[in-house]
Design a protein around this ligand. Structure first.
Ligand code: FES
Length: 105
């Protein structure tokens, strides 16, 4: 089961372990602060906006087309911005580090 490390803008860390699904589902099911997942994972709300740690960018892959379009409406978008609902967890992502934007807390 992959472990995912969420880091809040204030530096607080939360590690969650999850069987499968998306990084958004892992966060919501463990009550990670700042990730709401309002649209249920349809890439239509951006309440799951995260920054992928640069060490993990190659393994999480690029944004999808719908995801990129939704991120145009998000705040504080950076080159490593992703929607956590579009990151499908696998054993290969064990140890993935995701940071949260300051606006999400
Ligand atoms: Fe809505 Fe990810 S949960 S965009």
């Amino acid at each position: 089961m992959p472990k995912i490390i969420f880091i809040q803008h204030d530096g607080a860390e939360r590690t969650v372990e999850t069987a499968n699904g998306s990084a958004m589902q892992a966060a919501v099911s463990h009550g990670v602060r700042g990730i709401d997942g309002d649209c249920g994972g349809a890439a239509a709300c951006a309440t799951c906006h995260v920054y992928v740690h640069t060490d993990w960018l190659a393994r999480t892959g690029p944004r999808g087309e719908m995801e990129a379009a939704m991120l145009e409406f998000a705040e504080e978008v950076l080159p490593n911005s992703r929607l956590a609902c579009q990151i499908q967890l696998t054993d290969g992502l064990d140890g993935l580090v995701l940071m949260l934007p300051a606006a999400q807390h």
